[in-house]
Design a protein around this ligand. Structure first.
Ligand code: PMP
Length: 424
């Protein structure tokens, strides 16, 4: 029998490139919110935030093609497009983070951000939430490792319990902000006592990988006070919340109402083209240059800048942030109309939704959610899971998602819910 694509992938790429779903999907084409596999089956994409303005958006494709046909070279020559981009995006921040280092991935951006904080403070202690993911460099992967690293966990890193809607830190929803901050204060004290000192906290303002909890604006106020009192930096990882995804705001940190010292971003920024960035104040940039220095061959090259600029154009021209807010609210309303005994909570922020499932005894319905996902894929709807126990359905579609798309998503989910058995 001839070798399958899965076997060939394993033979050529080894075991380090996971795929989604029990039957990995072989996609060959995308357009807007739609994807097609090799057999011609069409899928509604309710998962991917990378094609932020829609798969293969013609304006982004055109910008990439035009610039690729004109000039692409490494980043040590002068070019105005990247400067126009940084100026334009920098103007969306209201806390002075107007200078940028361009990179190719969110991992690199977070790595730089953490080292910036170490450069500013002269200290090495880092705080993040548990059950998170911020990337895969040697430094950043220590924040989200699922296996003990060789040599053991780094002592300068502390992971505090992530906020949670159903099992709040500290036991009550009302007390969660203070309880979260208390754990941050404790971690800072430990880092100081052990001689590392405290340099930064890094978090996603939606706590998306952690489960997308419902949090009121101001949630991080006591945490920010603790960070400021200790002289450390706050780094907002906007890889998932950024570029209008939260609907009400262009940036997740503005939605939650806190002012980070450094902002990192990636995934949706180039609509699939690998471009990412770190935005920081001039004083932070200067400290980083003095302590480390930095160069990135591809980060912010002319083609990347053209792709990123076209994404901003489309977000504005097509009113995609407003769509995230309006259509997003409709999706939540429809999801809340679903009836199933295991649905514990429906959550939504802009164009990002979670439905958490618990078994009758209150345990996470992890297997049930895995089965639901497979059922949805079989019926042509792509989504996935989030959260510590992977018992929350994760839906994060491209931003042009319409009410009609929302109806298809929720109607399909209703069918799959009805036909998926509850097994422990
Ligand atoms: N931060 C967060 C919150 C992410 O979810 C991810 C990727 N899933 C990253 C950083 C890493 O980005 P990249 O894969 O581009 O390195």
């Amino acid at each position: 029998m001839s070798e399958t694509l899965i076997e060939r992938r394993a033979r050529l790429m080894g075991p380090n490139v996971p795929t989604f779903y029990r039957e990995p999907v072989h996609l060959v084409r995308g357009e807007g919110v739609w994807l097609w596999d090799v057999a011609g089956k069409r899928y509604l994409d309710c998962y991917n935030n990378v094609p932020h303005v829609g798969h293969c958006h013609p304006k982004v494709v055109e910008a990439i093609s035009r610039q690729a046909a004109t000039l692409n070279t490494h980043t040590r020559y002068l070019h105005d497009l990247v400067l126009d981009y940084i100026e334009r995006l920098g103007a969306t921040f209201n806390h002075g983070t107007t200078q940028a280092i361009m990179t190719c991935t969110g991992s690199e951006a977070n790595d730089i951000a953490l080292r910036m904080a170490q450069a500013v403070t002269g200290k090495t202690g880092i705080i993040a939430t548990d059950n998170t993911y911020h990337g895969n460099t040697a430094l950043v992967s220590q924040l989200s490792t699922r296996k003990p690293p060789i040599g053991g966990y780094a002592r300068n890193i502390r992971l505090v319990p992530a906020p949670d809607s159903l099992r709040p830190v500290g036991g009550t929803v009302e007390g969660q902000a203070e309880a979260f901050a208390a754990n941050v204060r404790k971690a800072i004290a430990e880092l100081e006592a052990e001689g590392f000192g405290f340099s930064a906290m890094l978090l996603c303002p939606l706590f998306a990988n952690e489960g997308l909890p419902d949090l009121a604006p101001g949630f991080l106020d006591p945490t920010m006070a603790a960070i400021r009192a200790a002289g450390g930096l706050m780094i907002a990882d906007e890889v998932q919340p950024g570029f209008g995804r939260s609907g009400s705001h262009f940036w997740g940190h503005d939605r939650l109402g806190f002012a980070p010292d450094v902002v990192t971003m990636g995934k949706p920024m180039g609509n699939g083209h690998p471009v990412a960035a770190v935005f920081a104040r001039a004083d932070v940039m200067a400290a980083f240059r003095d302590a480390f220095g930095y160069f990135n061959t591809f980060g912010g090259n002319p083609v990347s800048a053209a792709a990123a600029m076209a994404v901003l154009d489309v977000i504005e021209q097509e009113g995609l942030q407003a769509n995230a807010q309006q259509t997003g609210a409709y999706v939540v309303e429809r999801l809340k109309g679903l009836s199933h005994p295991l649905i514990a909570q429906v959550r939504g922020i802009g164009m990002f939704f979670g439905v958490e499932f618990l078994l009758e005894d209150g345990d996470p319905a992890t297997t049930f959610v895995a089965d639901l996902i497979e059922g949805m894929v079989a019926r042509g709807v792509l989504l996935n899971n989030i959260g510590k126990h992977r018992n929350t359905l994760k839906m994060r579609p491209p931003m042009p998602f319409s009410r009609e798309n929302a109806d298809l998503l929720v109607d399909t989910l209703a069918q799959v819910l009805a036909e998926t058995p509850v097994l422990r």
